[in-house]
Design a protein around this ligand. Structure first.
Ligand SMILES: N[C@@H](CCC(=O)N[C@@H](CS)C(=O)NCC(=O)O)C(=O)O
Length: 176
C-alpha cells in the first residue's frame, strides 16, 4: 500500500516523516510550498481544504492532523512497539504527552509565533507574545524533568511522545 506524505520543511509534517523513516517504510514524498493562508495553492486545497501540512494518502484515503496520522501509521504498519499499550502503567501519561503535544502545549507556541512572526507587525501584541513564551517555557521545563525521570522517556515505546512534544521544543529553542 503506497503512503503519500505531503510535507513542508520545518513544520509538523516532520513528525510523520520522522516516524516513516524510523519505521523504515517506503513512502512517496510530496513537497508542499508553505505560504501562510494559501499553503500549496489550489492544487493542495483539493487534497486538504485547510491547506495545512501534514496530510497523508494511504490506499486512496486521505488524513490530516499530525498526531492522529502518527497513531494511524504506527498501528497500521507494524510500529505498535512505538506505542504504549493499554495495560502498561504509563499508558495514561503516554496519552497525555501525545495529545498534549498538539493541543495543550502547541497552543502556547502558536500564540508566541503568531505574535512574533506570523501576524503582520502592526497586528502583533507584545503581551500575547510574552504570555505564549512564558507558558511554553513551563512546558519545556516539564518535558525536561520527564526526560531526566525514567521510565517515561527512557523506553523505546515513547519515541512517539518525542515526535509530539519534541518538535515544539526544537522550534522553541531555535527561536522560531
Ligand atoms: N493540528 C494540525 C496543525 C497543522 C498546521 O497548522 N500546520 C502548519 C505547519 S506546522 C501549516 O500547514 N501552516 C500553513 C498555513 O496555515 O497556511 C496538525 O497537527 O497537523
Amino acid at each position: 500500500m503506497t503512503i503519500k506524505l505531503y510535507h513542508a520543511t520545518h513544520t509538523r509534517s516532520l513528525r510523520v516523516l520522522w516516524l516513516l523513516e524510523e519505521m523504515g517504510l517506503e513512502y512517496d514524498l510530496k513537497k508542499v510550498d508553505l505560504k501562510m493562508g494559501d499553503t500549496g495553492g489550489a492544487e493542495y486545497a483539493a487534497i486538504n481544504p485547510l491547506q495545512k501540512v501534514p496530510s497523508i494518502e494511504v490506499g486512496g484515503s486521505l488524513m490530516q492532523e499530525s498526531t492522529a496520522i502518527l497513531e494511524f501509521v504506527a498501528t497500521k504498519f507494524g510500529g505498535k512497539e512505538l506505542l504504549v499499550a493499554e495495560d502498561h502503567p504509563d499508558y495514561g501519561r503516554f496519552l497525555q504527552w501525545m495529545h498534549g503535544g498538539e493541543s495543550g502545549f502547541g497552543m502556547y507556541l502558536s500564540v508566541f509565533f503568531g505574535h512574533t512572526m506570523l501576524l503582520p507587525e502592526k497586528d502583533r501584541n507584545k503581551a500575547m507574545a510574552g504570555l505564549g513564551r512564558r507558558q511554553f517555557a513551563k512546558v519545556v521545563a516539564a518535558i525536561g524533568k520527564r526526560v531526566r525521570s525514567p521510565p517515561l522517556y527512557c523506553s523505546r515505546q515513547v519515541y512517539h511522545c518525542r515526535h509530539f512534544s519534541g518538535l515544539y521544543c526544537l522550534w522553541f529553542e531555535l527561536g522560531w
